[in-house]
Design a protein around this ligand. Structure first.
Ligand code: C2E
Ligand code: MG
Ligand code: MG
Length: 722
């Protein structure tokens, strides 16, 4: 029995032990499973960056499970997940409505999930962070109402900032007017913005995956090999490059390149910013062109000329040789402009520009300084004579008429002044000034010729300037005087009139001849006052002579083009005639051909009005100007004065004889009185009488005399030739 009991007890003990062992084993296994689960949870929490939350709606209790983000939990090393209760964090006032709306939608069953992104203050210190919360109902009460919510939450503050920055950056890129392209390390397009499409014509679909060389322009250097290598090496580059648009048009782009590298210094990406500066460049070039070239003739203007001349001087200093400046002024261009109009004048200037350039050769600079003035810079001359040779060639080139469209041909010639480096000046300004002075001298020497500058020309230029300033005071200082030259009738064999000739008696310069000061007075406009003085004085003297018994004596007065065109000549003459009581038909106005031709329309008007007063009208110096009878025929002229140039050679030069006799016949056929000027010999007088000339004037009869001397001369007819 004892044995049975013993074995029973042993069996029981064994069973208990076995049971205990089994229980312990299964308990250990369960604990291990639990631990493993928690470890997985820890890793999942850490890995996802999420926190678990559990919210009891009735008790408003919040339970949070989270994992420190900065340290990596090691499995089996104990748990670093913390589980804590916490108060419901405050939601940002601006986000509250949104959160409640989302929550309500879920609790009322309209949304399977509660999701929301909003700001919360976790620690009650007004430090707001963004959280993205997701969760759902996990427990309901007996009536099916939600009792517990659980889910995850995540801090999205950083990524929201990054997102905002990305959005702003991409908006900026989209709205930029410059093309932006991102290229990979082999220079293939990875991204482009809308402006890229606008500027290059390639859409993003067409560009992505294509190489940068897609934009290479064939004609210009483009962005080929060398530059691409450069871009690959340098983190930053900037420059202007010609590129080809998709439609083949070439555009000049300003390119800015930025390489985006990794730590090893390799550029993984290249950001290329392109702006189309084609128009800007074109406008710049146009401006540069306008600043340097004359719009009418396309020749360089004064500024570019000075530039080139300065360079030529520097070269000549270095390499030797001469630089010459030829200053050209077209003779009587003003007449072309006034008589044929500015459009024709412009054509003449263009044709003249072409002709000058052709005659000096394309290698030399021809510039237009304005008006009818041109300048040529001749470089690398071996001697000064070469400059004169060029001037001669230019003059020869102008012997041929210029062709100006339907207006046919116009013959015009330049007067040329020459200055040289080295010798005359060292600066462009002085060289041009001296050439200009020499040009004036060429004009005085009779036009259609050239003159090389010399220092004494400055003297005459200075004298001109001084005279011009002294001239202003000439009337108030009473320095003007008239002398009178008799006019002798070959038919009546007596003096029938006198010509009043102006003199300037200056204390400093002595007797200044009219040829020297009248052009100056015309330039300053002073001629209007001077001319009026001449008319008044001559008519006063004539009246006195009439009163002294010289009835019927005529007075001729010279009138300048300026008086004819600008002054109130008719009214002045009428007033002076009335004031002096001189008969209108005893006064004659002398006008040179060029004065009349300067503006034919205006001249005709004034001449008709003068003639209507009864005043006689003479063409002075006939033969030296245009001698256009066609024009003269239409004007109410009464007298033709043959210039002394033709008279001087009568009895020597058969040509001059032929011209003079033709002019006399022609004058008579137009019912004009013909007068010969500058008669100095009996032979000339006889020739003129034989050919029917009406009157003569000249030293053979008498030189110009002072008032009293002239009156005495008029009273002694015996001294006159028969
Ligand atoms: P013009 O009207 O043709 O005057 C004739 C010029 O020839 C005068 O020169 C006269 O002195 C000169 N002369 C006269 N006889 C002879 C001769 O036998 N041989 C030579 N070699 N010359 C002779 P002047 O007085 O020096 O006048 C020059 C020019 O000045 C005039 O040419 C005229 O165009 C202009 N002039 C003179 N007085 C006036 C004036 O009051 N007003 C204007 N606007 N011009 C004037
Ligand atoms: Mg005269
Ligand atoms: Mg004359």
């Amino acid at each position: 029995m004892t044995a049975i009991l013993m074995s029973l007890a042993a069996g029981l003990l064994l069973a208990v032990l076995l049971l205990l062992w089994h229980w312990r084993r299964s308990h250990a296994a369960q604990a291990a499973v639990l631990r493993a689960r928690e470890e997985h949870l820890t890793v999942a929490l850490w890995g996802s960056g999420e926190r678990f939350w559990d919210f009891d709606l009735a008790r408003r209790g919040l339970h949070v499970l989270d994992c420190a983000e900065d340290e990596r939990p090691t499995i089996g090393d104990g748990l670093s997940v913390t589980s804590r209760r916490m108060a419901l964090p405050a939601v940002h006032p601006q986000d509250r409505r949104h959160v409640l709306r989302r929550l309500r939608a879920h609790l009322q069953g309209r949304e399977p999930l509660f999701t929301s992104e909003h700001r919360v203050d976790l620690h009650g210190d007004a430090h707001w962070i963004w959280v993205r919360v997701r969760g759902r109902t996990v427990e309901r009460d007996a009536r099916g109402r939600p009792r517990r919510l659980a889910g995850t939450a995540r801090d999205t503050t950083a990524s929201r900032h990054a997102d905002a920055e990305r959005r702003i950056a991409s908006e900026v890129l989209r709205s930029m007017s410059e093309a932006v392209a991102v290229l990979d390390h082999e220079m293939y397009f990875v991204a482009v913005n809308p402006a890229f499409t606008l500027i290059t014509g390639y859409s993003d679909v067409e560009a992505l995956g294509q190489p940068l060389s897609m934009l290479d322009s064939g004609r210009h250097d483009g962005l080929p090999g060398a530059l691409r290598e450069e871009l690959l090496r340098r983190p930053q580059w900037q420059g202007n490059v010609w590129m080809t648009r998709r439609d083949g048009a070439e555009i000049l782009c300003q390119v800015r390149h930025n390489g985006i590298g990794d730590l090893a210094g390799e550029f993984n990406f290249h950001v290329v910013v392109l702006s189309d500066i084609t128009e800007q460049k074109r406008a710049e070039q146009e401006l540069r062109y306008l600043a340097n070239y004359d719009a009418l003739t396309s020749l360089p203007n004064r500024s570019l000329l000075s530039d080139r001349l300065a360079r030529a001087i520097v070269r000549a200093r270095r390499e030797g040789g001469y630089v010459a400046v030829l200053f050209l002024d077209l003779d009587r261009f003003k007449h072309v402009n006034d008589s044929l109009g500015h459009a024709v004048g412009d054509r003449v200037l263009r044709a003249a520009a072409e002709r000058v350039q052709r005659s000096v050769g394309a290698q030399h600079t021809v510039a237009r300084l304005g008006g009818d003035e041109f300048t040529v810079v001749l470089e690398a001359l071996a001697s000064p004579e070469e400059a004169e040779e060029s001037a001669r060639r230019v003059l020869e080139a102008f012997a041929e008429p210029l062709v100006v469209g339907e207006h046919g041909e116009i013959t015009i010639s330049p007067s040329i002044g020459i200055s040289l480096f080295p010798g005359h000046a060292n600066t462009p300004t002085d060289l041009i000034k001296h050439a200009d002075t020499a040009m004036y001298q060429a004009k005085s020497a009779g036009r259609r010729t050239w003159q090389v500058y010399s220092a004494h020309m400055d003297e005459s230029a200075r004298r001109r300037a001084t005279l011009s300033s002294l001239l202003r005071r000439v009337l108030e200082r009473d320095e003007l005087a008239l002398v009178y030259q008799p006019r002798y009738s070959l038919h009546e064999r007596r003096v029938v009139g006198v010509e009043a000739l102006l003199r300037w008696r200056n204390p400093e310069f002595g007797l200044v001849p009219p040829d020297q000061f009248i052009p100056l007075a015309e330039d300053t406009g002073l001629i209007l006052e001077i001319g009026e003085w001449v008319l008044k004085e001559s008519c006063t003297v004539l009246r006195r002579w009439h009163d002294a018994g010289m009835d019927g004596l005529r007075m001729s007065v010279n009138v300048s083009a300026i008086q004819l065109l600008r002054g109130d000549l008719v009214a002045t003459v009428a007033r002076i005639l009335a004031e002096t009581g001189v008969d209108a038909d005893l006064l004659e106005l002398e006008l040179t051909e060029s004065a009349i031709m300067d503006n034919v329309t205006r001249s005709a008007e004034v001449l008709h009005a003068c003639r209507a007063l009864g005043v006689g009208l003479a063409v002075d110096d006939f033969g030296t100007g245009y001698s256009s009878l066609a024009y003269l025929k239409r004007l109410p002229l009464t007298t033709l004065k043959i210039d002394h140039e033709f008279v001087g050679d009568l009895a020597h030069d058969p040509d001059d004889e032929a011209i003079t006799s033709t002019v006399i016949t022609m004058g008579h056929s137009l019912s004009l009185l013909v007068v010969a000027e500058g008669v100095e010999t009996a032979a000339q007088l006889h020739f003129l009488r034989e050919h029917g000339c009406d009157e003569i004037q000249g030293h053979y009869i008498a030189a110009a005399m002072e008032q009293d001397a002239c009156l005495a001369f008029l009273r002694q007819p015996a001294l006159l030739p028969d």
